[in-house]
Write a protein that binds this ligand. Structure first.
Ligand code: NAP
Length: 270
């Protein structure tokens, strides 16, 4: 999607995959600076390890605890996390007041952190993160102790979902359950899915298949559904905007072309 946008804008850049071993991260980044790279995306397993190598880390990336986008400045490398912006884009399009919203977050890994920060920015009333490991849940809960946003976050065992779901206004699946090729899997058992309210929004961060089984269950309950494609597009739009800011006003990033290219690449209907 980045290359489609770059070609459309007629710019002389290219977006390339560059596999880097953990032990080579610092050397790779010094090399990127030496050859004049404008910026890069960074993913597993480097999203936290890169933090000490950056001269500036945005408040959002500090809150999430991970960086996914890096760009060159006169001072060195700056990093941020565009997953929060990507996650929020389809929710902001709903144009509603979130202040009374109860959010249930399925999972407590990396993507769940972006969801917590995003829902905190929306001003959601409460967040309930559900996980299968009590120890990981507690670490997750404690990690927000110094958060600058007021976060009303509690953590819960997976078995409590039937009690939590009826009151949930927004249910976000941040687990990989249901992702291709396990397309018949869902984070919710049939009995749990029946507890989803028809006024809820079910948001699956997974983008293939579309819809996932979780979203199909939510549709049956009459809930509104959002898949992970727009989050993926919009985190990329936000990253490209940062890299091209010297050449291109943000408004000219061709979002439709990026979305179309991504769908083609993923084999989704365009
Ligand atoms: P992660 O850090 O590995 O976290 C995954 C979470 O899911 C962990 O809390 C894990 O629990 C939980 N989990 C996994 N299998 C489970 C199971 N069978 N039952 C209960 N919980 C389970 O992964 P991530 O980076 O957050 O990514 C998670 C998903 O989000 C992936 O599908 C990814 O593709 C998607 N994602 C989408 C976007 C987008 O732009 N649309 C962006 C980021 C991520 P344990 O810790 O107990 O294993």
């Amino acid at each position: 999607m980045h290359n489609a946008a770059i070609a459309h804008l007629g710019l002389d850049y290219v977006y390339l995959p560059l596999p880097v071993k953990p032990e080579n991260l610092a050397a790779a980044i010094a090399g990127f600076a030496a050859i004049g790279l404008r910026g890069f995306s960074i993913t597993i397993p480097h999203k936290q390890a890169i933090l000490p190598l950056l001269s500036e880390v945005s408040a959002i990336a500090q809150a999430v605890g991970a960086v996914n986008t890096v760009w060159r400045t006169n001072a060195g490398w700056s990093g941020t996390n565009t997953d929060v912006e990507g996650f929020l884009a389809p929710l902001k399009a709903q144009n509603r007041d979130w202040s009374q919203t109860t959010v249930v977050i399925l999972g407590n890994g990396g993507a769940a952190r972006a969801v917590v920060v995003g829902c905190g920015q929306l001003g959601c009333a409460r967040m309930q993160a559900v996980g299968r490991s009590q120890q990981k849940l507690e670490t997750f809960a404690q990690s927000w102790a110094g958060a600058s946003l007021p976060l009303n976050l509690t953590v819960h065992a997976w078995e409590t979902l039937p009690d939590l779901l009826p009151d949930a206004d927004l249910v976000v699946n941040t687990t990989p359950i249901g992702m291709h090729p396990q397309v018949e899997a869902s984070p919710l058992s049939p009995q749990m899915a029946e507890k989803l309210s028809n006024r809820a929004i079910a948001y699956d961060l997974i983008y293939t298949p579309s819809p996932t089984r979780f979203l199909r269950q939510a549709q049956v309950q009459g809930a509104t559904t959002i898949d992970g494609l727009e989050m993926l597009v919009q985190q990329g739009v936000a990253a490209l905007t940062l890299w091209l800011q010297l050449d291109t006003p943000a408004a000219t990033i061709p979002v439709d072309i990026m979305r179309h290219a991504l769908k083609q690449q993923l084999g989704l209907p365009t």
